[in-house]
Every structure is written in C-alpha cells, then in structure tokens.
Design a binder for this molecule. Structure first.
Ligand code: F6P
Length: 540
C-alpha cells in the first residue's frame, strides 16, 4: 500500500478537514472575513480565479501546499520543464510546454534543443495553411479547397475540434469538419455533402495505427478514388503523425506529412502539428496567439508562488474536495456556448491522465485519484442537471468558466448570461433553509398542512463549493491560457497522488479484445465469455 495516506502532511490535511466540516459552512466563512473574496482570488496569464466559494480557510491552503511540497511538486515541475522522462512507463519526456515556447527559447529533451524543430514544423504548418486558405493549393482538378476534414480520435481529435468550435467566429478559411468515431454514420453523411475535388483530408494520428482513424482514412481514400486518380492523393491527403513509415504505407507523400514527436502525449498535442486544422481554420497568426496564451500560463505556473499559482491552487482544491471532503465528481460549466466541447477535451485530459489506481512504483493506491469529470454549457445545463447539483444527495464541485466580454452585440443577453453564472455559484453556496422557505410561502398566503408539505421540497442544503474562472473574452490568447491551466492542474494532481499522468495503459485491453471479437465475428475460434459470444450470435 502507498504511504501517502500515512504521511504527516496528508494526515494534517485530514484532521483539519474534519475540524473545518464540524465548525463552519462556506457562507459563514464570508461573515468571519470581510476580505475573503479578495483573499481567495488569484490572477495569472490574464485569467482570474475566484475560489472563495470553496469550503476552505487560509489554513487549508497552507496545509495543502505543504502536502504538495512533501510530494515533491517543485522537483517534479523541474523534471517536467527539464525534458526528463517523467513518463516512466514509456521512458519518455512530456514536453508539450516546448510546443508553445517562443522561437528564442531553449528546451532540451535527451540533450537536444527541441525548439528549432518545433518552430520548423510550425513554419511549415503556417505556410501550408496559407496556401490552402488562399486557394493556391489546388485539388487534382485545379480547383481550390472548400472543405477540410480532420480524421483522428482522442487527442488527435478532441483538442482541434474544441478549439475550432471555440474560435469559430474567427474562422476565415475553408469549412472545417471532424471525423472521429468508427461508426460510419458521420463519415457517410459528410461525404454525401462534399465534393471530392475540393476536399482536403488531414489524417491525424500519433501512431498511425489507431483502428478507428485508419478505417475512416481508408474509407475517405476509397471515396476519393471513386472519382479521382491515385496520383491525385497527394493533393487531397496530408498526414499528421510521429510514424513516417506508416504514413508512407498509407500512400501519403513525405512532403505532405507534418511531424510531431513521441514526447508529445496525445491529449497534450493540440499545440503541435495536431493543430493543423486550427491553423487552416483561423490562420497561423491566431494559432500563434493561442500558443502565446498557453506559454504565458506556463510561465505563470513556473514562477508564481503556490498561494497565487492558478494551476497549483486549482489542483489542490480538486484534491481537497475529492480526497478530504469526499465530493463525488467534478463539474465543468462554461458559460459560453462556444466552449461546448471543452468538457469532452477535459475528460480525456484529466481522466486519461489521472484515472489510475497504482502509483509510480506500481503499488495500489488507497486514496481516490481523478474524479469523473463532466459538464455542459450554462445556461442550458441549469435546465438539465443543475437540479441534482442543488438538491441531489452527493456534492459535485463546479468550475464556472465565463468570458467577461461578449463577442457579439447582444449585450443584454450577455448580462443575463453573467447574472446566471454568478447566481448559480451563489445559490449553490447559500442554499435556502426551511425557515426561509416557510417565510416565503407564508408571505404568499400558504399555511397549515399545505405549507408544511411544501417546505421540504423547496429547501436547498447549500454549502456546495465552486470556483469561477473569468476570461477577459473568448479569444485565442485567453483560450490558450485556460487550456494550459487545466493541463498543469492535471500534472500537479498527479504529483500529489504520485501517479504517472502521461501513460494510458487502461485503453489497451479493450483495443486488444476488439481484435479478438472481430476474429470471432469472422468465424474464427476465439476464447470469449458467454455474454460476448451471445451478443455476436444475436447480431449475426
Ligand atoms: O484512446 C487512446 C489513445 O491512445 C489516446 O491516448 C490518443 O489520443 C488516441 O488513442 C489516438 O491515438 P493516435 O493519435 O495514435 O491515433
């Protein structure tokens, strides 16, 4: 068993959490400290974090910072930024920070400065995207590209898809589409509306062996060849990958391959060539702003003291809620329609990174690691699952995310959006007591048995924690900072939990068994359980 839960720092947080839970409620903490909102706010890379509606005191933060110290946060951060093989099970660095480092930076991986390589690829991406966007890059019949389709899954899909959606208002290139699922429905539907002569396919896969991506890419290739010729492939298919050999076998010319490296984890890759679709959609300059925002957050993470450090604070708050206050899950509620894909990106980031049950040494852990993360945009979510957040039996802390300025002229609606966002976090914290409900109902003329029957349904327990992150507006720079904030939050949590956030062995078994099931479906003799065999027979 791991020694973390027996350690001095862990036990100190545990004891303190017990005492705090007996002695206070969040709303009461505001009454005790007129400066609470300011005390529990921090700024970094243009983002503002208000965590005063979390159930904690200055002592909680101090003890949590001590826990992070005990777990070697400073040492692990040095190792991460130093390009050391922090991904121990694959003996790789996790140097996604180098992908957004300025041209003048120097960052080593295995003794080699990777920044020139990074900028070499960024320059190629920019030049290629410009040719596509301007119409200079033509399809095999000499027509300009009108539609671009990124084929990829997981990290080769979620990041670029989310960013393209978030920055859609800035999109001034060809129409952008994303195909991920091996379910042929979206691809079949999309190809019905596309012209093969004016469509460019970006096949994005770190390994270039992922079953779903290869199946979709082959289908797209066949669809193209129904009208085009083999020598037209070079005008319509480009690849983003680390695997030159497999790209070649697929028939994509090496000149049309945009490379990245094994030290870029899939879920940390949108800043690399995996972001090619973003560059085509919004142009290299705006993609540069996205990288600059992420880099600003990297610098903030590297230099701010823990008590002012957004990723560190958010990570420790998450650990506090999950491990010490026993909250059930983590909710993400962006109050921005354009951030509708953020929860899905974050699910891979946090749950593929920290959804582990053995520590770095391979020992089983006796504490909870990443909570399930879920969410949707406000205000829609208020009319869907917020009922449970307010009155359900379990506590689900919420991250509210709000761009302060709108990117449209409907300012009244933006005021309503903001008001709803702030009101929800206030309501979760305050709740409404039976006495308050009773007084309200009496004022409305209700009394007697009818009144008493109505009261319990209208009571809100309150004391439900949340944080609010304000972006100045939803632009490339702020978005880059926001995404890097969550990347570093996941890293800090992994350090405290002593787990490797950069591997994902948990996805392998299902992949292996899918091969066996396919063989069984082909009639081969494969050892399978009765249920799986029955399902195969039933669908035959
Ligand atoms: O789902 C597992 C996974 O390996 C992810 O980590 C990765 O982002 C995704 O598959 C896609 O992998 P690739 O980019 O190699 O196709």
């Amino acid at each position: 068993m791991s020694t973390l839960t027996q350690s001095r720092a862990w036990r100190a947080v545990e004891t303190h959490a017990r005492q705090l839970q007996q002695a206070s409620r969040i709303a009461g903490l505001f009454e005790q400290d007129a400066q609470r909102a300011q005390r529990f706010s921090a700024e970094g890379a243009g983002l503002y974090l208000d965590y005063s509606k979390q159930w904690l005191t200055p002592e909680s933060v101090e003890l949590l910072v001590r826990l992070a110290d005990q777990q070697g946060l400073a040492r692990w951060t040095d190792r991460l930024f130093g390009g050391e093989p922090v991904n121990s099970t694959e003996n790789r660095a996790a140097l996604h920070i180098a992908l957004r480092a300025p041209r003048t930076a120097v960052m080593f991986e295995q003794g080699r400065d990777v920044v020139p390589d990074v900028h070499g690829v960024l320059d190629r991406m920019g030049a290629f995207a410009q040719r596509v966007r301007s119409g200079e890059w033509q399809g095999h019949t000499g027509r300009a590209i009108t539609d671009v389709v990124n084929i990829g899954i997981g990290g080769s899909d979620l990041g670029p898809r989310m960013v393209c959606e978030a920055l859609k208002d800035l999109a001034d290139g060809p129409r952008m589409h994303f195909i991920a699922n091996v379910d042929g429905t979206p691809l079949a539907a999309l190809t019905r509306s596309l012209d093969p002569d004016t469509t460019l396919w970006i096949v994005t896969s770190k390994t270039f062996t992922t079953q779903e991506t290869m199946a979709n890419a082959q289908a797209a290739r066949r669809w193209f060849l129904e009208r085009g010729r083999e020598d037209g492939i070079a005008r319509h298919f480009v690849a983003v990958s680390t695997n030159r050999d497999e790209v070649g076998k697929f028939g994509i010319h090496p000149d049309n391959m945009f490379e990245f490296w094994d030290w870029v984890g899939g879920r940390y890759s949108l800043w690399s060539a995996v972001g090619l679709s973003i560059v085509v959609a919004i142009g290299a300059q705006r993609f540069g702003d996205l990288l600059a925002g992420a880099h600003a957050m990297d610098r903030h993470f590297r230099t701010a003291v823990p008590g002012q450090n957004l990723p560190v604070l958010m990570a420790l708050i998450g650990i506090w809620n999950t491990n010490f206050l026993n909250s059930a899950t983590q909710v993400i509620a962006p109050y921005a329609e354009r951030l509708c894909k953020l929860p899905a990106w974050l699910q891979q980031l946090e749950m593929e990174s920290n959804g582990k049950s053995v520590d770095r040494e391979g020992q089983p852990v006796d504490y909870r690691t990443t909570p399930a993360l879920w969410g949707d945009v406000g205000t829609n979510a208020q009319h869907a699952f917020f009922q449970m957040l307010h009155q359900g039996t379990a506590v689900h802390p919420v991250d509210f995310i709000l761009p302060a300025a709108p990117d449209h002229e409907l300012t009244d609606q933006h005021r309503m959006l903001m008001a709803n966002c702030f009101a929800q976090s206030a309501a979760l914290m305050r709740g409404k007591s039976a006495a308050e409900v009773r007084a309200e109902l009496v004022a409305r003329g209700m009394d007697g048995a009818e009144l008493e029957a109505a009261v319990p349904h209208r009571v809100f327990a309150g004391n439900r924690p949340s944080s609010t992150i304000l972006l100045p507006r939803l632009d490339p720079r702020s978005l880059g900072a926001l995404l890097a904030l969550y990347e570093h939050r996941a890293f800090v949590q992994s350090v405290v939990w002593n787990i490797n956030p950069f591997d994902q062995w948990g996805v392998e078994l299902g992949k292996q068994l899918a091969q066996s099931v396919l063989q069984a479906m082909d009639g081969q003799a494969v050892m399978l359980d009765g249920s799986t065999r029955q399902l195969i027979d039933r669908t035959r």
